[in-house]
Every structure is written in structure tokens, then in C-alpha cells.
Design a binder for this molecule. Sequence first.
Ligand code: HEC
Ligand code: HEC
Length: 402
Amino acid sequence: MPTRAPSTARENLGLGSTAHVDLSGHYKNTTLHEDERQVDMQTVIARMALISILVAAVAVTGAFAQNLPGGRAEVVYKDIKVMQGTAADHLIPSMQHFEAALGVTCVHCHLADRAASTPMKETTRRMMTMVKAINASTFNGAKEVTCNSCHRGATEPEANPELATENYKPWSPDGANGVPDLPPVAGPPAAQLIDNYLKTQGGEAGLAKITSRVVKYTATNSVGGVANMELISKGDSSVSITRGNNGDAVIGHAGNNSWQGAANGAVRDGREYEFDELRLQDPLYIATHLKTMLTNVETRRQRIGDQEVYQLRGTAFGRVPVRLSFNPNSGNLLRLVYLLDNVYGQNVVRIDYSDIRNVQGAAFPFTWTIARTLGFQTVKVQSVQQNVPVEVVRPTPPPARP
Ligand code: HEC
Ligand code: HEC
């Protein structure tokens, strides 16, 4: 079994500094990710020249490439061989998928310069090509087989099935292994679940009266790191702030414009997953958009532990599969699961809400647990203020030094 070397775990868990845990439950490493995209000026200029040569060709072949979030990986990064033609915004989530599937951190494959060649990168490239080929030849190109299908958190997959233990239990009772999968049982109509939920929020009339909301909370990660955070929502915009000793890290959006601001003042466009997570993790956004943000809607009867729940499933923003579980009696939102896409699979996030209190007529959870493959977080809300004067604007980076 692989181990996570303590020194490298820092890279993932953001322990090197304080301001790295964000509401997304992600142990952000703002500095690292910021660096990931730094392309030196020479390269940029060279590529701009290349791009202008290619413009004519793009105009002919259509908008195919332009729709990739963040542009093409090979334009943004330096040494892309296998992921050519994929979205730059999906590169880091794909890397995180590798980490979780193999139970390693970035440094298992990379040197500090991520573009530098290593034997492990070459092995990985063969794996990436293999996975793509399996899915293309056998699963119509759907991402059925992922790195995790074989690796399951280990660098060397087990070729042989496991041996029995003292309490021989080869199949988990809920799993599909060995027992027939029960057909999914439909729940009440989606409109009814949404209506019941909106009632917990004071109904649409009540929601309309909430012009802004400021939530202050602490977020504690799996290894005890605590961050002071704030979520400010106003109309169709919001910003998540991580307070740090050396400045605040922010992720915000105003309508469809999203951004990430590092503690050092650097600002860049938000990546697709940052934008999606920001909206999905804002209870006010969910409440005000639940009727319109989902497509492919269906419902299920399910259980969370021994509690029966009604689940609403659908696709948010046309791309993120989400599952919302509601208490059948109170209508409260108990759990939100969403699956963020990457090139090789999906990164799953689960948020459980508890300690639900009434804040001026709207139910609001004061405790959240956010679980994802690379970390676990507990959110404790300290205060919720509504209709306070706030502004959500994209920060302007400080002017470059002359
Ligand atoms: C299992 C091996 C593996 C792991 C773990 C991994 N990477 Fe990668 N990474 C690769 C490979 C292989 C490529 C090249 C992909 C290609 O050729 O298309 C790459 C490419 C990159 C690039 C593009 C570099 C450039 O400019 O060309 C960045 C940035 C990157 N990885 C960051 C990370 C980060 C950050 C982590 C940890 C969160 C990470 N990687 C984890 C294998 C890995
Ligand atoms: C069909 C099964 C299968 C899939 C799917 C698969 N691998 Fe592997 N992988 C293996 C096997 C088996 C080995 C060990 C080979 C050996 O020991 O020589 C391995 C080894 C590796 C290694 C070398 C690990 C080390 O520390 O020596 C890396 C890195 C790796 N895989 C990355 C990936 C990535 C990334 C993906 C997804 C893109 C992936 N693999 C998907 C079967 C698979």
C-alpha cells in the first residue's frame, strides 16, 4: 500500500499556511495552483503568434475548441501530450482524480516543475491512453472505467480477489456485488420536493425579501487546521472569503463572471469547477435557483443511515450531476452530493447539513460536513446576517510595478 508522505501531504492539505481551506471543502493550495498556470512571457508571446496563424483555421473548423472551459490544456500548460484537446479547467481536477485513485500526492509523479518529464509521468501517460482506449472500444466512450476501477487507492492494483476474514463478509449488503441491485424506487414528483423545500425557506415570497446574506463560520479540516471564512451572497452574485494572516483568499462570481483572488492580490478567472462549487455551496443560491438550475430531473426514495429521505436528482448548469436529499416531513435539505467532471472520471463531493435553525423565517444549517476524496471538513456557522449592505465585485489586481 502506498503511503502519503507527511512532507508532501502539506501540498494537498495546505498546511503550509493558514488561508487555504475554503468552503468548497477543498484543501486549497492557492499558491500552488496559481503557479500551475504560470507560463513565462516568452511562451505566451510565441503562442500568441501561433494563435494568430491558427485563427483562420479555427474560423473554418468552427467553435469546437472555443467551448473548452479555460481553453485547451496544451495552450495553457507546457508539456501536454495525452490531454491535448481537453479543457484546461479540467486538468487540475484530473490530477486530483489521479491522486485519490492511486492514494498518492502530486510528487509521486511530479517534480516541483510540473512540466518536467519523470518516469512516473510516462507510466501515467500509458495508463491514460489505455483507459481512453478501453472506454472507447468497450463502453462507447463513456467514462465507465476510470483509474479507480483498478487502483482503488493503491499504486499497484490487486490482481487477485481478497481472502476471507474472520467475519467472512464478501459482499456489502447495499452493494451490487453478489446480490441483485434493487430497481430504483421513484419518490414524489420533483415539483413537490422543491415546493416543500422552498417552504422551509419562507417560500418564494420570503426568499424575495432576502436581498443579501452574510454567513460567518469556521472550517476545520481532517488534520485539525481551522480557517475563518465568510460567504457573502447578494442577488445573483456571491463571494467566499478565507481570512488569512497575509491577506484574504477569495472565490467570487457576479452572474456568469467568476474569479479567484489569492492572498497576495493576484486575480484570475475562476475555473469551471470553482464557479460551479461556489454556487452549489451557497444555500441562498440553491434556494433561489432550484426551480431553474436542474435538467434531467428525477426523484428517488432513499435512506441516509436509518432515516428515510426523498432524493431529487438532476444535472445542474447543464453539466454537474447533483443529488439533493430532503427530510420527507420537514422538507429540509439534509444532503447535497455533486459530481465534478474531469477528463478521466468524476470527483465526488458530499455535504451533510445538520443543526438546522430558523433564521428570520428561513431554515439554515449551522453545521455542515463536507467530504471529498482528498479531505474532510467540518463547518460551524457562527452568524448569519441578512439584508445587510454588501457589495460583491471582482477585485482589481494592484497595478504592475513600473
Ligand atoms: C499519477 C501521476 C500524476 C499525479 C499524481 C499528478 N499528476 Fe500532474 N501530470 C501527470 C501527467 C502524466 C501529466 C501530463 C499529461 C499529458 O501529457 O497530457 C501531468 C501534467 C500536469 C500539469 C501540466 C504541466 C505542464 O505545464 O505541462 C500540471 C500543472 C500538473 N500535472 C499538476 C499536478 C498537480 C498539482 C498534482 C497534484 C494535485 C498532480 N499534477 C498530480 C501525472 C500526474
Ligand atoms: C485496467 C486496470 C488499470 C487501470 C484502469 C489503470 N491502471 Fe494504473 N496500473 C495498473 C496496474 C496493473 C499497474 C501495476 C503495473 C506493474 O506493477 O507493473 C498500474 C500501475 C500504475 C502506475 C505506476 C505506479 C507506481 O507507483 O509504480 C501509475 C502511476 C498508474 N498505474 C496510473 C494510472 C492512472 C493515472 C490511471 C487512470 C488514467 C490508471 N493507472 C488506470 C492497472 C490499471
